[in-house]
Write a protein that binds this ligand. Structure first.
Ligand SMILES: [Zn+2]
Length: 309
């Protein structure tokens, strides 16, 4: 049904119980895509977990040992802001495997989406802000090791700056990082991305889109990467509990279309991952993430229609 693959595993749920991070959203997005006949069961790929070798290309062995063994200190757990459980660890390894698979699928089909991941706050030696390991960095490092890509760009539209991404790729000219986020929000401080767009509180659709497009064009003048990882946050939404921007659902959909269109028309494959989304109604968060998939579908179908004319 879809011209590209979606990557999902039923164990993506981080098993958080009552928590501001609605990790049941992964399942809800999966179910919505099927129920609304946007995708068919055969459009989905189930990822294997990332291998520890994959994870260790990004993270320190000391941290990974503690994370897997459940021996993080109370202060490390406080910084992570989610409770430890074997299910949480398994979900993170699956999300990283999912982003690797989405990257590979995007290289083949032009687009792919991991219905999970986008854990952009994870650092080499610690987790924070609901992010234990950095699935997108793990995927980029694996694709580079396989010789499938040399360069990558990470475009991060979550309302919170992609500090883990910035820290991991800070001295790496093969990976270009762009983050657009609310300046007066977590994380503090913000390690520098290649491009950081610090937005004032309350910015609305048109202004946001104009600023993002101008910076994205600058980035794409600088580098034409072998793949773009698009971290499509749902939390710039006006009703978000952890965000202070004022975007509408329609504006977020225009954002997704604009970013992916600029990549697609340059022949850059786009691998989508989700990221934050803390709308008062979880259904809104689900709808915004589904909108990102629809934006990719419409772009892919438009190209297909053109090539058969
Ligand atoms: Zn966020």
């Amino acid at each position: 049904m879809l011209p590209f693959k979606l990557v999902y595993h039923p164990r993506y749920d981080l098993n958080l119980g009552a928590h501001v991070f609605p990790s049941q959203k992964f399942r809800m997005i999966y179910e919505t895509l099927l129920r609304e006949k946007i995708a068919a069961p055969e459009d989905f790929l189930e990822p294997p977990p990332a291998s520890d070798d994959d994870v260790l290309r990004v993270h320190t062995s000391e941290y990974i040992e503690k994370l897997k063994g459940g021996t993080l200190s109370p202060s490390e757990l406080m910084r992570l802001e989610i409770p430890w459980s074997p299910e949480m660890v398994q979900a993170c390894w699956l999300a990283a495997g999912g982003s690797i698979l989405a990257g590979r699928s995007a290289l083949r089909d032009g687009f792919a989406a991991n219905i999970g991941g986008g854990f952009h706050h994870a650092h080499p030696g610690h987790g924070e802000g609901f992010c234990a390991i950095h699935d997108v960095a793990i995927a980029i490092r694996r694709l580079q090791r396989d010789g499938a890509i040399a360069t990558a760009m990470v475009v991060d539209t979550d309302v919170h700056q992609g500090n883990g991404t910035a820290a991991i790729f800070r001295n790496d000219s093969s990976v270009f990082t762009l983050s657009i986020h609310q300046e007066d929000n977590y994380p503090m401080p913000k390690p520098p991305s290649d491009i950081d767009i610090n937005l004032p509180d309350g910015i609305e659709d048109d202004e946001y889109l104009a600023i993002l497009e101008a910076h994205l064009l600058k980035a794409l003048e600088f580098i034409t990467p072998d793949v773009m990882f698009y971290v499509g946050g749902a939390d710039p939404y006006c009703e978000d509990q952890l965000g202070g921007l004022n975007l509408t659902k329609a504006g977020l959909r225009r954002r997704d279309t604009m970013v992916m269109d600029h990549a697609h028309r340059r022949g850059i494959p786009v691998a989508i991952t989700l990221a934050g989304g803390y709308a008062r109604r979880v259904e809104d968060t689900v709808q915004i993430h589904v909108g990102t998939i629809l934006a990719a579908r419409d772009l892919a179908q438009r190209t297909a229609a053109r090539s058969t004319q």
